[in-house]
Design a protein around this ligand. Structure first.
Ligand code: GLU
Length: 465
């Protein structure tokens, strides 16, 4: 038996971090067992599903690097198959037409509520359905009345639900379209899903789905219901708590593997290890180690992890992601130093790629103005002469590299009896526009001779004014 998992989002919004965690756990479980991971778009709610959401989900999966072995399947392309199964259930006596009107059902509901009973369908049409002219019947599944369903939940432990708690749920609407519980069941059966890993908001559906699967003679999958993700205030994670869309994290300068590493620790642990390579995640992942209680989303920890990944990751890989941000700033990386060198120079001080990109603009593009405070402090009366002397010395350098440039600055400081800062800081503000940059020799060698000389000249003119 091939272990088969699936991620089955409804395309009614962006891919949010909760969905991404479900996808990740399903993906990891399949990868760990050499199994199959399926992507299935549950787009049967035609009013709420949009193509933009489908695109956002596909883009999110792609950015996270969660590749699927099959799919994306679209439920809207499988209506024929659902109809066939509904017919089968009708034919074998496991489903029936129900002609009860909305008003009737509403009255029933009101009565049950008044009697403090759980609202449920009373089964009126189960035995004696009377066709009503002009009314399109819905189709209900004949849920067993006796016995109980035991959910073999790999996270929560066994959950037992008595069948008398479950009413006959609608599997097809009046217009013949199938409902969520039916489509999920048919797909999980047809696609050979062995492990249903999903949010625990679906736990109430599970016994009903298991009963339908049993009626169809399908092998029942195992289930793993993942606990909710909460915000710091204990409420379910939502927009109120900050970014919840996966692509927002890309836009905010996070590396996908940092987000994945953060998400894997939301409800799963392996000793007290915090940082996992993808290979380690796959190797160590066990559903047994998923915690049954909700976990809290902590943006500070995610930021910390991102910085770790930026500092210790392969600079070539980090540079690839940095390039996207550089492009967003309208900069062509070909107009300046190699981004790999930028990553190496900036990664201690930048916690996100956005910070890194913004802090690196001056390497590629002339800055508009000096940072006011930095300029006031560094461009003093004496700094004009300092800059002029540096200009002359730099102008004749043939081998433009850090060590040599550093030596020139150090010698000049000595000659002028100034400390290094008094020379390096005006130079830094002159070439970067602000008082913050990597070490001055690194900054100079990255910037190159031509840009450095032009900017020193610009600073001298500025100070003279
Ligand atoms: N389409 C459902 C949702 O987005 C998930 C169904 C499932 O995983 O069984 O909530």
């Amino acid at each position: 038996m091939t272990i088969t998992t699936r991620f089955a989002p409804s395309p009614t919004g962006y891919l949010h971090v909760g969905g991404a965690r479900t996808a990740l756990f399903s993906w990891l479980y399949a990868r760990k067992h050499g199994g199959k991971f399926i992507l299935r778009i549950e787009d049967t709610d035609l009013e709420r599903s949009t193509q933009a959401s489908v695109d956002a989900i596909l883009q999110g999966m792609d950015w996270l690097g969660l590749g699927y072995d099959e799919g994306p399947y679209y439920q809207t392309q499988r209506f024929g198959r659902y109809k066939e199964v509904i017919q089968q259930l009708l034919a074998q006596g496991d489903a029936y037409y129900c002609y009860c009107s909305k008003e009737e059902l509403e009255t029933l509901r009101t009565e049950q509520m008044a009697n403090k009973e759980k609202p449920r369908y009373n089964g009126k049409c189960r035995e004696h359905a009377v066709a009503i002219e002009g009314r399109e019947p819905v189709i209900r599944f004949k849920n067993p009345v006796d016995g109980a369903v035991t959910i073999p939940d790999l996270v929560k432990g066994e959950i037992v639900v008595a069948n008398k708690e479950l009413d006959d749920l609608i599997i097809a609407r009046g217009d013949g379209t199938p409902t969520y519980n039916l489509t999920v069941v048919v797909d999980d059966m047809d696609m050979g899903v062995t492990h249903v890993i999903r949010g625990d908001d679906h736990i109430n559906n599970t016994p009903r789905q298991m009963n339908i699967l049993a009626a169809l003679g399908a092998t029942l999958p195992k289930y793993a219901h993942l606990p909710m993700i909460l915000g710091a205030d204990g409420a379910r994670l939502s927009k109120r708590h900050g970014a919840v869309s996966v692509m927002q994290y890309r836009d905010d300068g996070y590396l996908p593997e940092a987000l994945l590493n953060y998400l894997v620790r939301l409800g799963w642990s392996h000793g007290d290890q915090e940082i996992f390579s993808m290979e380690e995640m796959i190797g160590f992942f066990e559903l047994d180690d998923v915690n049954g209680s909700p976990s809290t989303f902590n943006p500070d920890k995610l930021l910390w992890l991102n910085h770790q990944y930026m500092m210790h990751g392969d600079p070539v890989h980090v540079a690839k992601h940095l390039n996207w941000h550089i492009e967003q700033l309208g900069i062509d990386a070909a107009d300046g130093p190699n981004l790999v060198d930028i990553v190496k120079a900036q990664r201690e001080r930048s916690k996100t790629l956005v910070e890194m990109a913004n802090a690196s603009v001056y390497f590629y593009k002339e800055f508009d103005a000096y940072d006011d405070k930095a300029a006031k402090k560094a461009f003093t009366a004496g700094s004009e002469e300092v800059l002029a002397r540096i200009y002359d010395e730099f102008a004749v350098v043939t081998d433009w590299q850090g060590g040599q440039l550093h030596e020139i600055i150090a010698n000049l400081a000595e000659t002028l009896s100034l400390n290094m800062g008094k020379v390096a800081q005006p130079l830094r503000v002159a070439i970067c526009g602000s008082g913050v940059s990597p070490a001055i020799d690194v900054t100079l060698s990255l910037l190159g001779k031509e840009k450095t000389l032009a900017r020193i000249k610009r600073a001298i003119t500025y100070i003279k004014k």
